[in-house]
Unconditional design. Structure first.
Length: 166
């Protein structure tokens, strides 16, 4: 009788250990997902701050460009190629805008100055539009639209709990 009790107790203990290990694995998986979200959001925030500075001043400083570059330097490890290319395009258009402004200033009134002013204006308009467009570009990586409900058993209840999973 005692041997049967010890065997049953060992079985229940083994099952409990497996369930606890599985729940710890799920917690670790969710922590990884949250950490990835945090790192991606930092790239989003650096982009938003850079664009907001350009909109406010119609130009940017070297320190703002440095902060943008530092804030987005890990993007190739966190995002797909489409978003990395999008960030490169923002950088390229911003630099082109500033170069056009620099070349424009010493030019006398004429066709060349008008062409440079138009190029600067086009880049500024495009960059201004990105402050709202960037939300839809980042949404697949930061949004919760692709979160699926997954049934996970709970040790504290006989019912099933629903947890969100992306």
């Amino acid at each position: 009788m005692v041997t049967l009790f010890v065997s049953i107790a060992t079985l229940f203990l083994s099952v409990a250990v497996v369930v606890i290990a599985w729940q710890q694995w799920r917690v670790a998986e969710n922590k990884l997902r949250l950490d990835l979200f945090d790192r991606r959001y930092k790239v989003y925030d650096a982009t938003k701050k850079f664009l907001a500075g350009i909109i406010r001043d119609a130009t940017f400083t070297d320190s703002q460009l440095f902060e943008f570059n530092a804030g987005t330097s890990d993007a190739e490890f966190l995002f797909e190629a489409d978003l990395v290319a999008y960030l490169a395009q923002i950088r390229k258009r911003a630099l082109h805008m500033r170069t056009s402004r620099t070349l424009l200033e010493p030019k006398p009134v004429g066709d060349e100055r008008s062409r440079l002013a138009e190029a600067e204006h086009d880049d500024l308009v495009w960059l201004t539009d990105q402050i709202t467009a960037m939300t839809s570009v980042f949404a697949p990586y930061l949004g919760f639209a692709n979160v699926r409900l997954r049934v996970t058993p709970s040790l504290t209840s006989r019912r099933f709990k629903f947890s969100k999973r992306s």
